[in-house]
Design a protein around this ligand. Structure first.
Ligand SMILES: [Zn+2]
Ligand SMILES: [Zn+2]
Length: 395
């Protein structure tokens, strides 16, 4: 893995960064990079979760970020979390993650400082971020396909491997733009008016946070695959995404929703989603063949092709198979559903922890232990716990 990552870094150095018309400064994955030129002049420090090496994640002291571009917004994080895809970073299978990169792509926050080009966001407003950094102006952004933004990711390595580039993603390596992430007390949000959504007072952070990724991505998987009245739907895996996909499938009118997973998560899901059927079997990302086990141990592969084969074999003729992919395009309409109480994202919320326990959350999610489905990470800026949500605990 180390060799692979070094190779990617070398390739980027040789090929140079993308010559695209970049909408923002990329690859500022920690304000203390490059001699601290991206640190706030106040000298204020913050806690941040950084990637040090494969399976070595640490909370460190970093500088508060400063405004870099006119459309930047600096936010004070009031709630953060750990995504299943962060575990891939921990394993070192994402190329171009570098020592000291601040991780985390899902966070809610309060606007702390705004750049001179920002007019619709005011200091003190509560917001949630989109996990993707997008320009709002390229042909993809104009169609609301922000994850395909052409102007926020300069990774030549990604272009070489995929033939094109995705948009940037907060806290997810230089492969996706090298932005500092939200497992920190402050974040620089480039193109803030595009990347932040205001939260109304009636939506607490413990619900609003999940508009960053889980709600829109799970909703997208169900709506894009196509679930219609009377359908019978099977979903592999019961992490936060799988759990919410079950919820959306019922909401779209599915007659039966069956989830496949192998441990305590099946009982948990049934207690949260009435009518859900489960099959206790290795669903989700579990290795089933020895060849795949070897590939994984050598970091040659991460995703599990056996699972896709199972999905296809289990689907009736003229049925539909969908593979989940990140997407945030629905977040405004989903906010309305959260606000009106038609969806309650706290059904996946099992733990409230402090920043000091973030690394443990990575390990618990990796092992599917401690009864952890999704955590809410509070910071020194968090509001008191919303009624009906978990008490602070330690992992
Ligand atoms: Zn995520
Ligand atoms: Zn764009």
């Amino acid at each position: 893995m180390v060799a692979k990552n070094l190779g990617a870094k070398l390739a980027e150095t040789v090929l140079g960064h993308g010559d695209q018309d970049r909408a923002t400064h990329t690859d500022i994955s920690n304000p203390d990079r490059e001699g601290g030129q991206y640190a706030d002049l106040s000298g204020e420090k913050m806690k941040a979760m950084v990637w040090m090496a494969k399976n070595d994640m640490r909370i460190v002291e970093a500088s508060k970020p400063t405004l870099v571009d006119d459309h930047d917004v600096i936010v004070r994080v009031t709630g953060s979390t750990v995504c299943g895809s962060d575990v891939h970073l921990m394993h070192g299978v994402v190329v171009q993650v570098e020592k000291g990169d601040i991780l985390g792509h899902e966070f809610c926050s309060i606007v702390d400082t705004v750049g001179p080009a920002v007019s619709h966001l005011k200091v003190g407003e509560r917001v949630v971020n989109s996990f993707v950094v997008s320009c709002g102006e390229c042909s993809f952004c104009k169609q609301n396909l922000t994850t395909a933004c052409e102007r926020t990711n300069a990774s030549t390595v990604q272009e070489m491997l995929y033939g094109s580039r995705t948009g940037g993603i907060f806290g997810y390596s230089h492969f996706t733009g090298g932005y500092a992430g939200g497992q920190a007390e402050y974040v620089r949000v480039p193109i803030g008016e595009q990347s932040l959504l205001k939260l109304p007072g009636s939506v607490p952070d413990e619900k609003g946070l999940y508009l960053s990724d889980v709600l829109p991505t799970s909703y997208h998987s169900v709506s894009d695959t196509g679930v219609y009245e009377g359908d019978c739907v099977a979903i592999w895996g019961l992490g936060p995404m799988g759990l919410m996909a079950c919820f959306w499938a019922f909401r779209k009118g599915a007659k039966r929703v069956i989830d496949i997973d192998k441990n305590w998560r099946t009982e948990y899901a049934k207690s949260k989603i009435p009518g859900l059927e489960t099959i206790n079997f290795s669903g989700g990302e579990y290795v089933k063949s020895w060849t795949h086990r070897v590939e994984l141990s050598l970091s040659l592969e991460q995703d599990i092709s056996e699972m896709v084969n199972e999905c296809i074999m289990s689907t009736r003729k003229f049925g539909r198979v969908g593979i989940i992919a990140d997407y945030t395009g629905y977040w405004k309409e989903l906010l309305q559903l959260v606000e009106s109480g038609q969806v309650d994202p706290t059904i996946m919320l099992t733990h409230r922890i402090t920043m000091d326990d973030i690394a443990k959350s990575y390990y618990a999610q990796e092992k599917q232990s401690n009864g952890l489905v999704k955590c809410y990470v509070e910071t020194r800026f968090s509001a008191p716990r919303a009624e009906g949500t978990q008490e602070l605990t330690s992992l």
